[in-house]
Write a protein that binds this ligand. Structure first.
Ligand code: GLC
Length: 429
């Protein structure tokens, strides 16, 4: 690398650190100001990795502030409303939870356990004392037990999600079919997202009406896990959620082992992992040669080809027979594309290179896929995805996501999780 490149990298690192500091509201980091003015679950987990190389204490604070909103049931909510803001809809009044701190009533992909394992493994100082780490691990155990017990009460091996927002891939074409079964709300409302971002990048009103119906439904069910499982009109085996949970449980159990925690709860979690390993084949499709989510209401696979279908790599859930087929699909997906990996396959009929989760590229998804590829020894594909991710930073900076064809900004600017991926994964020597 020339000294010119060194200077550029150094200024990119400084810019990424500044992005996190500017988005820091004291103990938690907003994804970006205006569009997302609260603490988001999987954003914060990823962001903790970004703080790690330059402020380890702050990295742990990100984790503990998120876990401070854990429900009695064990659920870690998808958004925590630490303080009011009028730049976002739907706010706490619509969710109707009334906890302290207040939150939404749904969750998001549980990548936190994997992150905590990495913080523990790579931390240079003992930023979190033994006792505090123990508390975090106990909170994570409760969270993962909640996942299996409340989201898979029939021991199928495949947990369910109740809202596209839980997936974090809010507007993925995978949800089109299951979402159509959800009624629309009849009340009128004013969206705030389209006042920050062009409507051509955001979900349509029709989808928003159904998103809000579900929010109302959870409140009317009094947030009761059993009632919601029985009656929720949207109930999906999200392959991304299942994969992230599985990897998270594996990492959590490894952490417990290191800390000498072995008990009935850890044995139970290990047992739940075997159920998932036995069931994951149900989400594989022989024609597309990749994994898909499943609408448990209709029993059908959601056939859109999305990057979620690659996440079983992160979980170690791909069999030796599936692996070459899946890698072949991935090679084809990557071939002749200047940027990667689009959230929807460019040859899928639902592909839209700039609309949320229907085409744009997200770097934390790339990171998880690349980690999985390395675990399977697919180093050239892992390297290709890493290079493609780094290129995006140089093309257009710390954006929420990237236009799949031009690499231009998609969504918000000065975005925390992209800065975090730069600091943790893409820019270090
Ligand atoms: C959008 C994304 C979701 C993310 C949130 C905050 O809703 O779809 O994954 O957590 O923004 O960045």
């Amino acid at each position: 690398m020339t000294s010119g490149a060194d200077t550029t990298t150094q200024s990119m690192i400084e810019q990424a650190q500044k992005t996190l500091r500017d988005n820091d509201l004291g103990g938690y980091t907003v994804p970006t100001h205006g569009l997302y003015p609260f603490q988001w679950n999987w954003d914060s987990a990823i962001v903790a990795l970004g703080w790690l190389p330059f402020d380890e204490t702050r990295a742990w604070e990100e984790v503990t502030s998120l876990l401070s909103a854990q429900w009695k049931s064990g659920m870690v909510p998808h958004v925590v409303f630490h303080r009011p803001s009028d730049t976002y809809f739907p706010g706490p009044d619509i969710w109707g939870v009334q906890n302290t701190p207040d939150s939404t009533s749904i969750t998001q992909p549980p990548v936190l356990a994997s992150v905590v394992k990495l913080l523990h493994q790579h931390g240079r100082e003992q930023a979190l004392s033994g006792e505090a780490l123990h508390t975090v691990v106990q909170q994570l155990i409760r969270s993962h037990l909640w996942w299996y017990n409340s989201r898979d009460p029939e021991n199928t091996g495949l947990v369910v999600s109740y809202h596209p927002w839980e997936s974090g891939m809010d507007n993925s074409p995978a949800w089109d079919e299951p979402l159509r079964a959800v009624p629309k709300v009849q009340w009128s409302y004013t969206r705030r997202d389209t006042s920050h971002i062009d409507a051509s990048e955001r979900p349509h009103k029709e989808e928003y009406d159904r998103f809000l119906y579900l929010v109302d439904f959870f409140r009317k069910m009094n947030f009761d896990d059993t009632l919601i499982y029985q009656d929720c009109p949207y109930r999906v085996n999200d392959v991304s959620m299942i994969s992230i949970l599985h990897r998270g449980t594996r990492d959590l159990l490894a952490l417990c082992h290191d800390l000498g925690i072995e008990n009935a709860q850890t044995q139970y979690l290990a047992h739940r992992m075997t159920l998932t390993e036995e069931a994951i084949g149900e989400l594989w499709h022989a024609d597309t040669r990749m994994f898909h989510s499943k609408d448990t209401r209709s029993g059908k696979l959601c056939m859109a080809r999305t990057s979620a279908g690659m996440l079983p790599l992160f979980a170690g859930l791909v069999s030796h027979t599936q692996l070459p087929l899946l890698i072949n699909e991935l090679d084809h997906w990557l071939k002749n594309r200047p940027f990667a990996l689009s959230s929807t396959h460019p040859e899928d009929p639902n592909y839209e290179p700039q609309r949320y989760w229907r085409g744009p590229i997200w770097l934390h998804i790339n990171w998880m896929i690349a980690e999985g590829l390395l675990d399977y020894g697919c180093t050239s594909q892992a390297e290709r995805i890493k290079e493609a991710s780094r290129d995006l930073l140089y093309v257009s900076g710390y954006n929420e996501s990237f236009h799949a064809q031009t690499g231009a900004r998609s969504g918000g600017a000065d975005f925390s999780w992209t800065a975090a991926m730069a600091l943790y994964w893409l820019l270090p020597a």
